[in-house]
Design a protein around this ligand. Structure first.
Ligand code: AMP
Ligand code: MG
Length: 464
């Protein structure tokens, strides 16, 4: 019914362990993504089996569950072996357009990669992944997506106490991470590294020749630079940009303590564990370069047979990343400002005036009312607005890229809290609104406004 074709287990021995997910004792489907199911052209019959298949209670025919091995730098420190500690890749399928997708369960039980963890997930973080990734998809930002969330009927224990357990079924272009390359590189397994290189090229960048590591590096740099620029454009803070959470496909992956910035502040951090602000909003472009440097290191043996030349090539590429990112960012900002050509000076001056202003509301208001609606929002804005106006901005085009609705932190929290107590209605209401980000907020203003004063500073916790 799903039509699995599991190329990973066929082509990449040594990069996974075969093992079945835990069987959920009392699975109940709490969220089903009709919109994704339709995009993928999934057989409508799949939904009737979703509670079983996407909780580990039963395996869909053709699935070959595995836990993937990978390494990663977490907050700058290297772990040679992380791997899927609470996830099972069920397999891959080809959609109606011939695109290949991974289906993975997360929260589906312990694996040999679990280290100290219980292999499980609470319903809140799994629904958070669903709603935030759905918002990203609706805004046209590359992302993995959640097909289903199934409550398992188990209790999981977290700092907050006992919580209902759940599994998310996630659909991804692949789960190939920077850390997947680092895994073989750290072990000196050059043959397997080469197999992974060729697999990645064939799956994501098929215009490249097998073995073209430099071509792959350039393609990933472009995809990731574009992605991070898009994050910056909507105020998205990923929160845990470890190298194991950066996908070579260019999709946003592993939604943990992520959130959207409300008042513009370059140092915005939400994650309780990111005390140094390593993954703060304005640091994300720097981490892009840092993570890509780790990828370049892993690819070194294939950049050039001569090591010194390989290092020189890598350094040259790494030196170019900041400029590549800047071009992407300026393109995003030009679109947000409705301008035909980028203007870095204009953008820089605006950012200097914006601290404290709600990022989303400011750009949306500008798109809807032009200068008049925002003039009073910050001191010194009038002069900037005059310059901007003189450039002939296209407000209609702006409304197609500046969202009126993002998943507001207080609404996400309220929806997850209600879901944890068994009431799914606020979650479904929120999802319905974030699916239409670019439509006017009229009639749904409650979803467009920032958190009320009393909400305070927002702190998020990893989904563990
Ligand atoms: P993350 O920061 O969520 O991407 O996870 C980092 C690593 O920790 C990955 O190897 C995960 O599989 C693992 N992990 C996270 N939560 C758990 C858990 N509850 N049980 C086992 N492993 C986990
Ligand atoms: Mg991860």
């Amino acid at each position: 019914m799903i039509g699995f074709d599991n190329s990973w287990v066929r082509d990449l021995p040594g990069s996974f362990l075969r093992l079945a997910p835990d069987a959920a004792p009392a699975p109940v489907l709490v969220a089903w993504n009709d919109s994704l199911a339709a995009d993928l052209g999934l057989d409508p019959g799949v939904k009737a089996h979703a509670a079983q298949w996407f909780s580990g209670a039963a395996l869909p025919p053709g699935a070959e569950p595995v836990a993937l091995a990978y390494a990663g730098h977490q907050f700058g420190g290297f772990s040679p072996q992380l791997g899927d500690g609470r996830a099972h890749l069920l397999g891959e399928f080809l959609d109606g357009q011939g695109r290949r997708w991974d289906i993975q369960l997360k929260g589906s039980g312990r694996t040999p990669f679990s280290r100290g963890g219980d292999g499980k997930a609470a319903i809140g973080p799994m629904l958070r992944e669903y709603v935030i990734s759905e918002a990203m998809a609706a805004m046209g930002i590359p992302t993995t997506r959640a097909l289903a969330v199934v409550a398992t009927g188990e209790t999981v224990w977290r700092e907050a106490g006992p919580l209902p357990g759940a599994v998310v079924a996630r659909v991804a272009a692949s789960h190939i991470r920077v850390g997947s390359f680092q895994f073989f590189s750290a072990r000196g397994e050059t043959d397997k590294l080469r197999a992974l290189l060729d697999y990645t090229i064939a799956r994501h960048y098929p215009h490249l020749a097998p073995g073209d590591a430099l071509g792959l590096f350039d393609a990933v740099t472009r995809a990731q630079a574009r992605l991070i620029a898009q994050w910056m454009g909507v105020g998205f803070v990923h929160g845990v940009m470890n190298t194991d959470n950066m996908a070579l496909s260019g999709e946003t992956i592993d939604y943990g303590p992520c959130a959207f910035m409300e008042a513009y502040a370059p140092g915005t951090v939400f994650s309780s564990i990111d005390r140094q602000g390593r993954y703060a909003y304005a640091n994300q472009p720097l981490i892009l370069g840092w993570n890509l440097a780790r990828l370049a290191e892993a690819l070194l043996p294939f950049l050039d047979p001569d090591e010194a030349r390989a290092v020189a090539l890598a350094n040259e590429r790494l030196g170019a990343i900041a400029g590549i990112y800047e071009t992407e960012f300026q393109a995003v900002m030009a679109a947000k400002l409705g301008l035909a050509a980028p203007d870095a000076g204009l953008v820089g001056d605006l950012l200097g005036l914006m601290p404290g202003l709600d990022w989303t509301l400011f750009f949306r208001r500008l798109s809807e009312t032009g200068s008049d609606g925002v003039r009073g929002m910050a001191e010194g804005l009038a002069g900037w607005l005059e310059r901007w106006q003189a450039m002939g901005p296209d407000l209609g085009a702006m409304r197609a890229v500046n969202p009126a609705i993002i998943p507001r932190n207080h609404l996400v929290e309220a929806a997850l809290e209600a879901a944890t107590s068994g009431d799914m209605a606020p979650f479904h209401a929120l999802v319905a609104e974030i699916r239409r980000p670019f439509e006017p907020a009229m009639g749904r203003e409650a979803f467009a406004l920032p958190a009320p004063e009393g909400f305070g500073d927002y702190v998020t916790f990893c989904g563990t």
